[in-house]
Design a binder for this molecule. Structure first.
Ligand code: AMP
Ligand code: MG
Length: 403
């Protein structure tokens, strides 16, 4: 058994950043930038008015009321060609370019228009209600770092910066093979000793939520020939995930079948719970992660090992998900395996994170996992802990990933 951190390091070391591809901005949501992105325009591109009102020379409106001559209009998308001279004002609308000579805006609520002139009733200060050129962002300056995952807000910023396409990392392609004689696809009639195979769909969803492209290879029976045939579907994938058949039972043939195909085994068994019988190796150019069959183990191990691998493939730094919380109930001393306890997370009266480990920690119990908000980490040989102690936790992201 190797420690979790060593397994994570070894797994991450087997991946490289994926090549870049260009996508239209409409396709860029959730994609990861392969390079730094600079703005192609400044925003605003020129000084504009933030309000509907009158563009004036502040010096002319130091004492009020004062009457100025109206010499033109500057609507958004329009432009007053002349220069605002002493005693003059230009009608200006929100987004209208500030005319030359003017240095302040008097809002229309403080003005009374009367034919060719306007009476202003509030004093003007230089710069008031003006958005200077480049106040938001400047042409040529960076707006995103390489490795940024594009959010809805980022799409808006990229569009405003006149970037209709972006260079992003190719999505990681992940082949997923479920194994087990007892399994049938959700919706299929169940055999007399059958169970529904949930890992294929859960792992596909996980891969998709991480920004990858799942290729579900289906369910292989516990038979070396069948396994060999179905493993062929993993050719060209950036990662192969298998579930089940990972222990040492007569029917646990996955490792053997993979080695018969030429897989080089890197390690087998991690000192953790759930998920001890995890296997990692390399089949040709494809790293292979053999996950346990128990659904909770499969998903927790995906969070701990697949997500960091994705970070490497996306050119981002893996890790950084661990934080601390106040333990909500007592815990027994731990054994030699690092525990990841499913837990409800909440806030105390001061707003501090509190973790309540769930009463049952069976790695076959999907309902508890679905109700959990995160995992409490119990290092190997951790002594008994009392409610109120500070413990490390991983919070499930609140987005789609949910684990
Ligand atoms: P195994 O590693 O094949 O011994 O599987 C461990 C446990 O996980 C067994 O109880 C299996 O029935 C169960 N299991 C294996 N694969 C799946 C799957 N795809 N979906 C749900 N349960 C599974
Ligand atoms: Mg099995």
């Amino acid at each position: 058994m190797i420690p979790v951190e060593q397994a994570q390091k070894q797994i991450c070391a087997a991946f490289r950043p994926l090549p870049a591809e260009q996508v239209g901005l409409a396709e860029a949501l959730g994609r990861v930038l392969a390079e730094e992105v600079t703005a192609r325009v400044s925003h605003p591109p020129f000084a504009v008015s933030a309000m509907d009102g009158y563009a004036v020379r502040a010096a002319d409106v130091a004492t009020v009321p004062v009457r100025l001559k109206l010499v033109g209009t500057a609507p958004a998308g329009g432009h007053y060609e002349g220069r605002v001279g002493p005693g003059e004002a230009v009608r200006i609308l929100t987004g209208g370019p500030l005319p030359e000579g003017a240095d302040s805006i008097v809002i229309q609520e403080n003005a009374r228009r009367d034919g060719d002139s306007v009476e202003l009733t509030a004093a003007a200060e230089p710069g008031r209600h003006i958005r200077p050129q480049g106040q938001d962002f400047e042409a040529g300056k960076p707006i995103f770092r390489a490795g940024t995952r594009m959010t809805v807000r980022d799409i808006g910023l990229a569009a405003a910066a006149n970037r209709p396409w972006l260079k992003v990392r190719r999505r990681p392609r992940v082949a997923i093979l479920s194994t087990g004689d007892e399994l049938s696809m959700p919706g299929e009639p169940l055999g007399p000793a059958g169970i529904v195979g949930s890992n294929g769909l859960a792992l596909s969803a996980f891969v998709r939520a991480c920004g990858g492209e799942p290729v579900d290879l289906g369910i292989a029976r516990d038979d070396s020939g069948v396994l060999a045939e179905m493993l062929a579907g993993a050719a060209g994938a950036d990662l192969l995930l298998t579930t089940g058949g990972a222990s040492v039972g007569d029917h646990d043939l996955v490792q053997e079948a993979l080695q018969a195909q030429g897989m080089k085994l890197a390690f087998w068994k991690i000192a953790m719970r759930p998920g001890k019988p995890v296997m990692f190796g390399q089949l040709g150019s494809t790293p292979v992660l053999g996950l346990p069959g128990n659904p909770v183990s499969a998903l927790v191990c995906s969070l701990l090992f697949v997500k960091p691998a994705f970070a490497v493939m996306e050119g981002r730094a893996p890790g950084g998900e661990t934080e601390t919380a106040i333990l909500g109930s007592d815990l027994k001393a731990n054994d030699q395996r690092q525990d990841y306890l499913r837990a409800r997370l909440g806030r105390d009266a001061e707003g501090k994170l509190v973790a309540h480990p769930m009463a049952r920690q069976d790695s076959a119990m999907m309902a508890f996992l679905a109700q959990a908000d995160g995992l409490v980490i119990r290092p190997p040989h951790a002594p008994a802990a009392e409610a109120g102690e500070i413990v490390p936790v991983i919070r499930f992201p609140s987005d789609l990933l949910g684990i």
